[in-house]
Design a protein around this ligand. Structure first.
Ligand code: GLU
Length: 331
């Protein structure tokens, strides 16, 4: 069942795989401003499917830190709403139903390859988005059970999406920030994993099912997910769902241009709070990165609303310079 809504519905989708940092906060700030400036509805969805990487207490801490920074949302795990539940591990029945639909359409197949098999099968490096799968298990097994029999006890086949050849796998869309983006999914990544076992959907399927079921009309997220979007668009199409608009924003990076890591300094929101920074100081800095505030200005999210302008958002990454680290007493 899909809820249908208007006008704009956006979402914040934290994963409890670690503590929220400045980069997450900047992306969420833009997502919040987009929805609030348009008088829309903001959904918070907890993306906790990635069990082995989840940190205990991280989901609760994320909600608390976002509230501390001044964020609010209209629907979510802690406030409820018409599309509940808002936590992915409680939504597995939806993913199973979608997988069953794709099975009936012959659009998925069981795969017994390990990550290692896939790595060794790579003929050329596919820089864009990790591993390319050449389709070794495509048309290899008559059934899931037959595939499972090939595996030692304790291991289960995954389900992969069967990319069509030719134009059917060529996706192009206009991202509201990044502009035209094109990818031939069958060339760039090949048949991709939807579920690691028959009971567990992965991110790619879950995010599509949830955004559609929650009536999300615009997805704002980091541009590290730009290369994953064509796969998601193929899924929308296969499942007969309407895709949202996408707005991928540049990440916060270190001075060497890399993704933020511990060695670049402790930019976790909890650490910045412990170091004595106020929410207004942090929001002011995030806004300065976006070109909407002067250096050193302290602002609330609401103060920023009249200044918010997507047109002036830099299309290049924000950089964690020594000056920013000093300013935030970032260790
Ligand atoms: N939960 C994902 C993350 O924290 C975001 C997924 C998405 O926005 O589609 O990286």
């Amino acid at each position: 069942m899909n809820c249908s809504f208007s006008p704009l519905r956006g979402r914040l989708a934290p994963s409890p795989t670690g503590a929220l940092h400045l980069g997450n906060a900047r992306t969420f700030m833009i997502a919040w401003l987009r929805v609030r400036a348009a008088g829309g509805t903001l959904v918070l969805r907890m993306e906790d499917l990635d069990h082995p990487k989840n940190k205990p207490g991280a989901a609760q801490a994320a909600l608390e830190e976002l509230r501390w920074l001044g964020f609010d949302w209209d629907e979510g795990p802690d406030v409820g709403g018409p599309c509940a539940p808002y936590t992915q591990t409680e939504r597995k029945a939806h993913y199973a139903q979608a997988l069953a639909q794709l099975q009936q359409q012959g659009l998925v197949y069981p795969c017994i390859c390990t990550r290692r098999d896939v790595e060794t099968g790579q003929s050329a490096p596919h820089a864009e988005d990790g591993l390319y799968y050449g389709g070794v298990c495509r048309d290899r097994f008559a059934s899931y059970e037959e595939a499972a029999q090939q595996l030692p006890a304790g291991r289960l086949p995954a389900w992969r999406f069967r990319c069509k050849e030719g134009d059917a796998s060529r996706v192009s869309f206009i991202d509201l920030c990044a502009g035209l983006y094109e990818q031939d999914v069958s060339q760039a990544v090949g048949d991709f994993v939807l579920a690691r076992d028959p009971h567990g959907a992965g991110y790619m399927l879950a995010v599509v099912i949830d955004d559609a079921a929650m009536g999300i009309t615009e997805v704002v997220r980091g541009d590290d997910l730009l290369p994953a979007t064509p796969r998601q668009l193929l899924l929308y199409q296969a499942l007969g769902l309407t895709p949202p608009a996408f707005l991928h924003v540049p990440l916060v990076v270190s001075e060497d241009g890399r993704r933020l890591a511990k060695r670049h300094g402790d930019t976790r929101l909890c650490a910045l709070r412990d170091a004595g920074n106020t929410p207004e100081k942090i929001i002011g800095l995030l806004a300065w990165w976006c070109g909407w505030a002067a250096w050193g200005e302290c602002l609330s999210l609401h103060d920023l609303l009249p200044r918010f302008d997507l047109a002036t958002l830099p299309r290049t990454p924000a950089v964690l310079t020594p000056a920013v680290k000093d300013y935030l007493h970032c260790t």
